[in-house]
Design a protein around this ligand. Structure first.
Ligand SMILES: Nc1ncnc2c1ncn2[C@@H]1O[C@H](COP(=O)(O)OP(=O)(O)OP(=O)(O)O)[C@@H](O)[C@H]1O
Length: 311
């Protein structure tokens, strides 16, 4: 398989701290690969390495079958990063900036730019400093798509967009992706959006890969058993490799189980006295994400905002 983006044992140290550790990810052509993870997990750093803005400290990063690094200027014509923290020239108008981009990018498509700016209603004569945050993100995306990249890297693309624009933005992105065959890597905390658009998913935690693979396969990897008639996991299942987690529920207990072990675990629960077991597949991504994070030891206790005596 010729991967479009290929990271092998990638490590990145920033300020003496390892922010990516031994990350291996492969992205096939024309697919959408989602990157999720807790705050500070290393998503932005990873995309910056893919975009050639950072060099990896160790390991290999190949994009479009070439080594990506900060000196790979020709390759960067074919790979675009859309991110809110990349500054825009505040003094230029939308039209001026688009003209500048058209000169900068060899594959610029004026017809595509016209369609996108009309669809997104971008105000051509407005200076960039007067664009709202959401409009700036839309402008970034429109410019990136107009440059006809082969790889599009999106870092939190829908933050700050209202729900109507967010929907339109995603729709447009999916249509453009289908029409152009661009390969997309998107980092986001919006798991519902990732679930709708992505083919593959990588979850990072503290710079390491927790899970990576086809989204469908990852979603099918766990099932939920809702068990009546038991209040705790039977001893026979303690330490069972097929049991992911369990917790008491209103009517009994909930057990998250690896799909391949569901039959064995169900049989053991029945032997231990379970009265009724309901099996659910297709667990929503946000729930899976929470389970993966908890498994890594990621827990945030609720912070008491009101101090004693204030309420
Ligand atoms: N230039 C830098 N120098 C030192 N540390 C950095 C630098 N940039 C990022 N970091 C640290 O690297 C880690 C990963 O940051 P990164 O921005 O890649 O995470 P992220 O997953 O995108 O986070 P978030 O979801 O909060 O945006 C964080 O602990 C961050 O503080």
């Amino acid at each position: 398989m010729q991967w479009v983006v290929e990271a092998r044992s990638l490590t990145k140290t920033l300020d003496g701290r390892m922010v990516l550790e031994n990350v291996t990810i492969t992205v096939p052509p024309g697919t959408i690969h989602a990157v999720a993870g807790a705050n500070g997990a290393g998503k932005t750093t990873l995309l910056r390495i893919f975009a050639g803005l950072y060099d990896a400290s160790a390991g290999e990063c190949r994009v479009l079958a070439e080594r990506m690094h900060t000196g790979a200027t020709a390759l960067r014509q074919r790979v675009h990063l859309v991110a809110a923290d990349l500054t825009l020239p505040r003094g230029m108008t939308v039209a001026e900036y688009a003209r500048y981009a058209s000169l900068l990018y060899e594959r610029w498509d004026p017809e595509r730019w016209r369609r996108l700016r009309e669809a997104l209603e971008l105000p051509l004569r407005r200076p960039l400093r007067h664009l709202s945050y959401g409009m700036q993100m839309q402008l970034r995306l429109a410019l990136a798509l107009s440059a006809r990249p082969e790889v599009l890297l999106l870092d939190e693309p829908t933050v700050g967009l209202d729900p109507v624009v967010r929907r339109q933005f995603l729709q447009l992105l999916l249509e453009e992706a289908a029409a152009s065959g661009v390969t997309i890597v998107v980092a986001s905390h919006q798991l519902d959006e990732l679930e709708r658009m992505a083919d593959h998913l990588t979850v990072l935690y503290r710079g390491r890969v927790v899970v990576t693979g086809s989204l469908d396969e990852l979603k099918q990897s766990l099932v939920r058993l809702t068990v009546r008639g038991l209040r705790a996991l039977p001893d026979a299942l303690a330490g069972h490799p097929g049991v992911w987690t369990w917790s008491p529920a209103r009517v009994g207990l909930t057990v998250m189980v690896r799909a391949q072990a569901a039959g064995d675990v169900t049989a053991a629960l029945r032997t231990a006295g379970a009265e009724q077991i309901v099996e659910e597949q297709d667990i929503p991504l946000d729930e899976l994400f929470r389970l993966w994070m908890e498994r890594e030891g990621y827990r945030r206790d609720t912070v008491a905002l009101a101090s004693r005596g204030d309420v």
